[in-house]
Write a protein of this length. Structure first.
Length: 194
């Protein structure tokens, strides 16, 4: 194969990888052509110890965030942002349920979630479950989560930090990075919720 053909073949392969990466990103961010890719059914346990499924939230707008209660910064910041944004929704506030799904079910029991979420507002629903049920929910929402050991013999969790907005039919509508400020999030939610 000549050097020219090798260059063309390499360029083609790189372009193909770029196209695939763009398509994957489009799926994740919920562009118009891929809006149904994120989200789906789940069966978990709420902060009161009751079994719940995604069907229990039909008819509600949802803001879903995956994290864990031992998280030092991203999770409490994101939950605070969600709580403050909901406070700015006016009458639309009653239509929205914020959901925190743990990625650390070993430590985040129903009781732990109930205590933790009390700091962010009474609307918050905390969900935990078996390792398998949590892994299934993570996969459905394209969540990255991985445990890593700490020097003190414990562990932390690395994870993606994304706010997912689902409509009352359970369909993915939009997602936001955790750096969004409460006022911007509130305005975006107002524009999405009729």
């Amino acid at each position: 194969m000549t050097a020219y053909l090798k260059t063309v073949a390499t360029g083609f392969v790189l372009a193909l990888f770029a196209l695939l990466a763009y398509a994957a990103y489009g799926n994740f961010t919920g562009t118009a052509n891929n809006a149904g890719v994120v989200g789906g059914p789940f069966a978990l346990i709420d902060q009161n110890g009751r079994g719940v499924t995604s069907r229990d939230f039909k008819g509600r707008w949802l803001i879903i965030y995956f994290g864990y209660t031992h998280c030092p910064d991203a999770c409490p910041t994101a939950l605070n942002t969600i709580g403050e944004a909901i406070d700015q929704l006016g009458a639309k506030r009653a239509l929205v349920t914020p959901i925190f799904i743990t990625i650390d079910p070993a430590r985040d029991t129903a009781a732990v979630l109930k205590s933790y979420l009390a700091s962010f507002g009474p609307e918050f629903v905390g969900l935990t479950g078996s390792d398998g049920a949590i892994a299934s929910a993570e996969q459905t929402y394209h969540v990255y989560a991985a445990k890593h050991s700490t020097p003190d013999g414990s562990y932390d969790m690395d994870h993606s930090s994304v706010l997912y907005v689902m409509d009352p039919q359970g369909t993915f509508v939009s997602n936001f990075a955790d750096e969004i400020d409460p006022a911007t999030l509130a305005n975006r939610l107002k524009s999405l919720i009729p």
